[in-house]
Write a new protein. Sequence first.
Length: 269
Amino acid sequence: MNKIGNKYSISSLTNEKIKIINSLSQRKYRKQLNLFVAEGIRLCKEALDKNWEIKYLLYDKDKAEDELVIKLIDQVISRGGDALEVTFNILSKISHKENAQNVLGVIEQQWSNLPKKINKETWVALECIRDPGNLGTIFRTMDAVGAKGCFLIDECTDPFSYEAVRASMGAIFNLNIISIKSKKFIEWRKEGLFTLIGTSLNNATDYRKTHWSLPFILLMGNEQRGLSDQLIAECDQLIKIPMLGSSDSLNLAVSTAVALYESIRKNPI
């Protein structure tokens, strides 16, 4: 028999559940508890639609009669999560924003296993990416082009941070996310029948002249340093984006988007 959740009314910031949820602003507690925070009705609904489990649904007590909120509460409770009616002050505290959303979900993290093989799919691999806003934006672009998932190689920023989840606009619920060390990625890469396309300023081809045949993995490097030499050496193709003005580089999320949409142009739906 499926577990049914409960409904609680909380008005104190010192409540034990609230203190636990508030700790999720820090990466170490997100990792320990395997939880993260997503804000807004749309993101919470999308999480449920994609079978991500909401452990706690917090909602503003002044919006308790809203039809969309009521429906969301019923869904969460029926799937074993708890609904917490709270003050707007509590929502603001947890979201760390003055203009907090009326609904906030505390969701179980989902990490994917390394796939045995990649079929006719688009994947992205990111090495040591640091900016959560970039990561969330890349997730959003990946979802838009129908990419399957993302490899986070070595020490990347947390995909479940507040900033990354916000920037993804729900795309995080539609992707396979894999955390992997570069050594393991290289070992796995040698067994795969796909093209590894990396970015580099040296010995690279204009991205518009590149073969984007599926399946492929687009490999992007750190915002400041770019790709490491060891991963560049593993690439089948190296690409670059022409710079016609004074700037010598594009933002990482922008570069990823430019490359992914070129792949769509070469592989029309």
